[in-house]
Design a protein around this ligand. Sequence first.
Ligand SMILES: *[C@@H]1O[C@H](CO)[C@@H](O)[C@H](O)[C@H]1NC(C)=O
Ligand SMILES: *[C@@H]1O[C@H](CO)[C@@H](O)[C@H](O)[C@H]1NC(C)=O
Length: 246
Amino acid sequence: MYKCMKIIVLCLALSSADALKLPDYVHRCSVKDPEFDACVLKSAKETVPHMIDGLKQYHIPVLDPLYVTEVRTVDGDLDMGAQNVTAEGIRNIIIKSVRFDLKKKEITVETVVPEAHFTGNYEVKGKLMSLPIVGKGPLDAKFYDLYVKYVTNYELKKLDDGEVHLMPYNYTGEFEPRRVTAKLGNLFNGNKVLGDNMNTFINENWREVLKVVGKPTYDALGLIIHTMITEASKTVPYKNVFLDVE
Ligand SMILES: *[C@@H]1O[C@H](CO)[C@@H](O)[C@H](O)[C@H]1NC(C)=O
Ligand SMILES: *[C@@H]1O[C@H](CO)[C@@H](O)[C@H](O)[C@H]1NC(C)=O
């Protein structure tokens, strides 16, 4: 159980934006289109490359490199945190599917990031799978073929701009990498033998290690995705997202 978790995510410039239209390069799908899902998938694939470098007026931050100021977690055995983490590789994201269930008001997005590279500073103290671990230094981790599934339910809600917006209110994020490599520098106060052994252990047992330490990372990533979608949704009224919305 995580007793305490603190995630400080993105520095978004949250101006009270006027209601916006979608940019011209976004193909808008009609909610009456029998091939609605296919249309949304195609449109999402076309749109994402335009979002990678950030779209300030839509409250979308720079996504590659994505900057996370802090991820921290404390559980019974392990106190760990990472600061100033940069994630690179989101640029190459592959959108596998997008499902917009207009009746259930549910969105499901499946993507794969071929290679996500995280660098930053970590701090750890406690026990990892019953092995004592302590360290503070540079972190370098790569997630290969990182599958991400995001599901959210939304409501249609009138906001301060007087317009109805699609507002996500809950979500789950599912993450599944094919392989992970990690290097924690300066473990055990710089003791090379202990540090090398621990790094070897982590890399050989990454699946089990991720079960212990993955949750805060995934929670942070899930929250980033969710925050972004929510903030972006506030800028564009629902009637401007799809065609034939009454
Ligand atoms: C993170 O970055 C900030 C701003 O550049 C810096 O002041 C701080 O010392 C950094 N923290 C770590 C742990 O590197
Ligand atoms: C979100 O809420 C809906 C009902 O309002 C529920 O069916 C769904 O399971 C919830 N999803 C999550 C991820 O909590």
